[in-house]
Design a protein around this ligand. Structure first.
Ligand code: ZN
Ligand code: ZN
Length: 359
């Protein structure tokens, strides 16, 4: 019963860039599109859609007027930083950031109007941006904006955000900390690691209590341990919460070859996560599954992981099966020493969170 899957992409995304030596390189989005075309994925079940940029009114769903004006001004100047040194203010970054957000809004409209069941915007997933400031390469929080957009335009009440980026989805958590929007983030956590938040004890406040769910993982966490934690926490909470739509931040910087993070996932995890999320979307959320990108700083790996995810979700089998199979990593045989520690974390988290959801 799988419907159409949209690949939402515009060349405008390529302007969301911070210079040739910066780790964040939007060309990975174009290369993913190119590889999917090479694999002959696009047909009646998988379609490309080109978004328009978001408007200032859309940004105001989440961000303050002052902050939006600041980004505009800095974008015209094209010098300095939008934060304390991670996110440069390059020329035209405002318009480029609007195109990223526009991708999410088109994805949401396509899903909600029934044109597609699933949609992927590889430029989205900028989960560190706060209401009134940029952070960690993220200018506007497209995840939070599309959540507000779905509330406002489609009257959705139960929206779940599952964030698998190697870093904590701190901006998204902060924006919805007091609201019953289910946010689950799996990420590396440890002394000195960016952004420093995302401990188990951050569970939300007021009506949001129990709706911020953090799975902090130690350096070196590999497929087996990661998937154990994912499967113990994510499906039970989604099944209980019954979201009307599933949003999945699909940053792939937890991959073992990523230069910035230090988790040890292979393509196997990304295939399993996308198939589990896809099944959950059909079982619980009427198939409505919106996927956004996120981190990923080894371009070739990002392209492989996103392509595997898109193929898995769309259900379209690539004609060149050998080329597709070559995208997968070999299995890592090394022993993973993190399982016991992660089991403890998962048990602690279950004790805190599951009673709040009567699981
Ligand atoms: Zn489907
Ligand atoms: Zn990241």
């Amino acid at each position: 019963m799988s419907g159409v899957t949209a690949f939402v992409y515009s060349d405008d995304y390529l302007n969301y860039q911070f210079g040739p030596t910066h780790p964040f390189q939007p060309i990975r989005e174009k290369y993913t599109f190119d590889l999917l075309k090479d694999l002959e994925i696009f047909d009646e079940k998988a379609k490309h859609y080109k978004p328009d940029p978001a408007s200032e009114e859309d940004l105001l769903l989440v961000h303050s007027k002052d902050y939006i004006e600041f980004v505009k001004k800095m974008s015209e100047k094209g010098r300095g930083y939008l934060d304390y040194g991670d996110t440069p203010a390059t020329k035209g970054i405002y318009e480029a950031a609007c195109s990223v957000v526009g991708g999410n809004l088109l994805a949401a409209d396509l899903i909600m109007n029934g044109k597609v069941s699933h949609a992927f915007n590889p430029a989205g997933g900028l989960h560190h941006a706060k209401r009134d400031r940029a952070a960690g390469f993220c200018v506007f929080n497209d995840i939070a904006i599309v959540t507000r957009y779905l509330q406002k335009n489609y009257n959705l009440e139960r929206i779940a955000i599952v964030d698998i980026d190697g870093h904590h989805g701190d901006g998204t958590q902060q924006i919805f900390y007091n609201e019953p929007i289910l946010k689950i983030s799996l990420h590396k956590y440890g002394f000195g690691f960016y952004p420093g938040t995302g401990d188990v004890i951050e569970i939300g406040d007021g009506p949001g209590r129990g709706y911020s769910v953090n799975i902090p993982l130690p350096e070196g966490t590999s497929d087996k341990t990661y998937l154990y934690a994912f499967n113990e926490i994510v499906p039970p909470l989604i099944k209980k919460y019954k979201p009307e739509i599933l949003i999945n931040q699909f940053g792939v910087d937890a991959h073992y070859q990523d230069p910035l993070v230090g988790l040890s996932l292979t393509t196997k995890s990304y295939e399993k996560i996308s198939s589990t999320m896809h099944e959950l979307a059909h079982e619980i959320s009427g198939g409505r599954y919106l996927i956004v990108g996120g981190g990923g700083y080894n371009i070739k790996n990002v392209v492989r992981c996103w392509t595997i995810m898109f193929v898995t979700v769309s259900g379209v089998r690539p004609k060149n099966t050998q080329r597709y199979e070559e995208l997968f990593d070999p299995e890592i045989k090394e022993e993973d020493r993190t399982l016991e520690k992660v089991k403890e974390t998962v048990e602690r988290l279950k004790k805190m969170i599951f009673p709040l959801h009567k699981i």
